[in-house]
Design a protein around this ligand. Sequence first.
Ligand code: BGC
Length: 751
Amino acid sequence: MKSALKALALSAALAASAAVANAETPVYLDDTQDIEARVQDALSRMTTSEKIAIIHAQSKFSSPGVQRLGIPGIWCTDGPHGIRPDVLWDEWEQAGATNDSCVAFPALTCLAATWDPQMSALYGKSIGEEARYRQKNVLLGPGVNINRTPLNGRSFEYMGEDPYLSSVMVVPYIQGVQANGVAACVKHYALNNQEVDRDHVNVLVDDRTLHEIYLPAFKAAVKDGGAWAIMPGYNKYNGDHACENSVLLLDILKGDWGFDGVAISDWGAVHNTEKVATNGLDMEFGSWTNGLNWGASNAYDNYYLAKPYQKLIEEGKMDTKDLDDKAARVLRLIMRTEMNRNRPYGSLNSDEHYAAARTIGANGTVLLKNEGNLLPIAPTAKKVLVVGENAIKMMTVGGGSSSLKVQHETLPLDGIRKMAADKGIEIVYERGYVGDVTGEYNGVTTGQDLNDSRTAEQLIADAVKAAKDADMVIFIGGLNKSDHQDAEGTDRLAYELPYNQNTVISALAKANPNTVVVNLTGNAYAMPWKDEVPAIVQGWYFGSEAGNALADVLFGEVNPSGKMPFTMAAALTDYAAHATADPEMYPGVNGDVTYKEGLDVGYRHTDKLKPARVNYAFGHGLSYTTFELGQASLSTKELTQDGTVTVTVPVTNTGSREGAEVVQVYVRDVKSTLARPMKELKAFQKVTLKPGQTEVVKLTLDKNAFAFYNADTKQWEVEPGKFEILVGTASDNIAARLPLNITAKNLAWKD
Ligand code: BGC
């Protein structure tokens, strides 16, 4: 009897489960199956409404999955320097969580300045672990827009001026993040090079420049890094917003580069349903509209890719092909991330993450000048005066969407004090100038009171007095994360350092010959005091470990090895975009900005100036030791067919400390039909050497190093003829020029 009852119960249960299965068979979740099969399986079970739901936001940073099928949603987070604190569902105000404080990693300019892909891998791994622990699936970063103008408020979120450097550096970051089952969303695709009129500015640029300067880092992110997401930006290109731009999204990204991930709109960057539906965008975030008026709350159903899109489909005005493609991509993203059961758990605020932030910060610090070996701070120094607002200002709050809520931030002054105490050195502090005393972003406050009621004259007088009484002065200034400095939403208004800092520096230099200038910025700036001070250090927004990373370098615990990721020109007009003060080139006229300078970005322009109008060149950076490059050679003098050439060069540490040098290889096309830059970076390698040690560096160049983009044939081409391979340690410090003859014919290929 008992067994009969059991059998009855079992068959009832089976019948019930069959009924459920018939109604809605659960999605095949077995993650041993191929993702594509699972994507198609899930897609085949979804209704049009469900597909519409997953391609747009449901809150400020999330989109729903498909609850009915057990498919989880997506949670995005900024990016790119740390995991942003949580905001409310439909408001930008803080959610007030107690578990969303993070480690702030150095700004991406600093990462680029390490010229070390291993640092990039460490960065990606660490920030990816923080994102994973915070249960985010998409990290809105890294940023790889090219530094076209030093006025761009967002340069600090990017990797400098050179397409090759940023292409190399972006790849390990992405791979590190994605190893955690978190998607990197590379931004802002493409040509998002200024903040003035950022929502609508229409960029006009020739095809060759687009492909040679502004696209390579995105291409590397997609093709080499395998990025699972990309963020089309706010700006327009050739008349269409990036999110609605079929050339950028369909032809190039999804066509030429074969991108299989998700194109996620920048927040509020979508403007038109038909265009966005058909031109390659996959997900819409941040729109703030009810379809008619700007400013409706909980307007998600009215997003361009929500009900308006569904209506067009239901009315038969649009087919479902694009919708299916978008939904499939979103499903693929979910399966790569949230539904990947094998991904690690991540970690937050770990010792390893602080150590990573510190290491990357110290390794990205650039020693620009060091006359008389003033640095590192000598153990014999008894009293060191620190001057400047950036020594005491928290810099992790502010700057726009990259603003963070940190668990800890060691200020420069505190880091220096701590290390000095260990060495028996007395540190005194003077403010020198008052810059910006605010410290709030989106409800996160620094809690610092930086007010000082002294007049500018008094501040200088006090600093000068203290400088006369010190063995050494360390000025720590630069820019900050306030509007019109290094901040999203606004560009800088001038190339000069703000807040009277030039006067302060000159006064200090007069008062004490042992004055070191340390500037923390995300951009280049004027240095009228360059010859007045013996030592200059370029620092960045270092994040949580600012003080410790800086102290490591100033006291010589870490031997600086950073190299400039952009050109520090003498004046704003030494950047081609500003050379003629042509408003059509910057900031644009009637909504158009025209990149008339073409390829002449950064050193590609200043290389042509006679005399050189550069304070510190791209690739420049000193060390506390010295290096010498030995005789460089090429594996061949002639390339007769598609092949490679290897550059070999011995590097010797000729000083008395361990240190690292970056061997840089530039290529010059000696004679070409089309005008080409005087030189272009095509390979580099950082080597760490003990005193007296020599290492033979070998760097291989393939056809990509010699090619230009032919806008007529829409392909990369190598023109046969004479080339020069330039080997050096900075773009203005070339030790060897090796001739190479390319006789290979018909070297041409598409992306
Ligand atoms: C920024 C993006 C950011 C997004 C979400 C936008 O304003 O341009 O970089 O990821 O907001 O915060």
